[in-house]
Design a protein around this ligand. Structure first.
Ligand code: URA
Length: 450
């Protein structure tokens, strides 16, 4: 072999990874519909299996280090790309988008009432449904199915509601007159009786509790407020949107509000860890660096919620609770995170602090407003809501004060000054509930403001 010819046993030439080999590897794994066995990659690329395997491992580590939204993983005897667990919530929203767009039972019922009875006031809808329709009417208006179409000429001049052209379009009809007659849907008395029979709650050995009562006990507000939550279709029991009147068995039923689990299921663990520097927030590391999961018990297997840079210290959550992790990773960016930051260059001038507070231009866009104070010269306390890659470091770089030391001291309602670097403890039930509620509140705000 001449000096110029690539040596198939050596994926690097002159120290740099063979760029073409890497690109070919990426392309094959990208188009493959199944995990690609390393032997096959070796054959196609003309390199020994060990070389290709080590290249795949280096690539996987490089993607992780760069903080991509995908990972290269080895599964079922081959390599494939998959989305990063950190961004599972976005992927889930993308996949479920069609399903989420469906209206809840409460909204459909309200829409039907408005369609058949229009023009109709909010109070009249409430009288028919027996519950406050405010939330669902907002949803229906937001979706463009109903709108204000006038005012009642009588006392009080109530706003009257009706359906929109978008509603007709969705139903594929020309006018409201084309709606089928209600009488066609009313079953005979015998059928009604048979249906109701099945719905009646058994009187004996009934361990079930009214859903709104359970929610109220878990701090979601008064029973009335909890009824509204149910009415707005925001509560699910065992994955199904709950209707008012639903009773639940707290030992076996799985309750969620806005996707946030209520209560704790057996087998779930939630660890608060104080990550020291030098530990990576991945579940494996090809460079042999210590990994975060090694700081906690090996069973049950847990994963980190979000990530901290290898050089960042401080609080991070590890759990096997996918629901909670998804919520914290929701596009609302979960909860506030507070950092203590020691920066280079001594005291930071007021105008620079103001830039951090107001939002600062980074290469991936302007940051959201942040809370920033300087408890002592050159030490900043920064609270941010977003979770962009290396965000605090990049913000400080942008004002000319690179980070010397970065410590996360709070995640939403969770902080602990007594936990030493490398130590962990389980979240208390109160902490877990406070965290779940804080995240659910952010998710609600996000969904409402969208
Ligand atoms: N911001 C950073 O720059 N790094 C972290 O690890 C966390 C927030």
């Amino acid at each position: 072999m001449s000096d110029n010819e690539p040596n198939p046993n050596e994926p690097t030439h002159g120290g740099a990874i063979d760029a073409e080999l890497v690109r070919a590897l990426e392309a094959i794994i990208l188009v493959a519909t199944e995990p690609v066995p390393v032997e096959l990659l070796g054959q196609i690329l003309g390199h020994p299996v060990e070389v290709v395997a080590s290249l795949c491992d280096s690539l996987a580590a490089a993607y992780d280090e760069a903080g991509h939204g995908f990972q290269l993983v080895q599964v079922a005897g081959g390599y494939r790309y998959q989305s990063h667990p950190d961004v599972a919530a976005y992927v889930e929203r993308y996949i479920l988008d069609g399903q989420r767009a469906r209206l809840s039972g409460a909204a459909l019922e309200t829409l039907a009432i408005i369609a058949y009875k229009q023009p109709i006031s909010r109070a009249q809808v409430a009288a028919i449904r027996g519950v406050d329709p405010d939330g669902v009417m907002r949803t229906l208006q937001g979706r463009g199915y109903i709108d204000q179409i006038g005012r009642d000429p009588g006392p009080g001049q109530a706003v009257m509601w009706g359906t929109t052209p978008a509603f007709l379009e969705k139903l594929g009809i020309n006018s409201i007159a084309d709606l089928p007659a209600i009488a066609e849907f009313v079953p005979g008395a015998d059928v009604v009786e048979a249906l109701e029979e099945g719905l009646r709650i058994p009187q004996v050995a009934d361990v079930a509790i009214a859903l709104q009562k359970v929610l109220a006990r878990h701090g979601f507000g008064s029973r009335r407020v909890c009824e509204d939550l149910i009415d707005e279709g925001r509560v699910r029991v065992n994955g199904v949107v709950a209707e008012l009147g639903r009773r639940v068995d707290v030992d076996t039923d799985r309750i969620e509000v806005d996707g946030a689990p209520v209560g704790v299921r057996p087998g779930l663990v939630h660890y608060l860890v104080n990550k020291p520097t030098g530990v990576v927030t991945t579940s494996s590391d090809t460079h042999g660096r210590p990994i975060i999961v090694d700081l906690v018990p090996p069973e049950p297997r847990v994963f980190a919620v979000g990530r901290l840079d290898v050089d960042t210290e401080g609080l991070i959550l590890l759990t096997n609770d996918g629901d909670l992790a998804n919520l914290v990773a929701h596009p609302s960016h979960g909860v506030d995170k507070e950092y203590l930051v020691e920066v280079e260059g001594g005291e930071v001038a007021g105008n620079r602090l103001a830039r951090l507070r107001d939002g600062i231009e980074l290469d991936d866009g302007v940051t959201a407003p942040a809370k920033v104070s300087q408890p002592e010269p050159g030490v900043l306390r920064i609270t941010i809501h977003e979770g962009r890659n290396r965000q605090v470091r990049r913000m400080c770089d942008a004002i000319g004060h690179p980070v010397r030391r970065l410590v996360r001291v709070r995640i939403g309602p969770i902080s602990d000054r007594t936990l030493r670097p490398g130590q962990w403890r389980e979240l208390t039930l109160d902490e877990l509930r406070a965290l779940t509620e804080a995240v659910a509140t952010e998710v609600r705000k996000y969904d409402r403001d969208r």
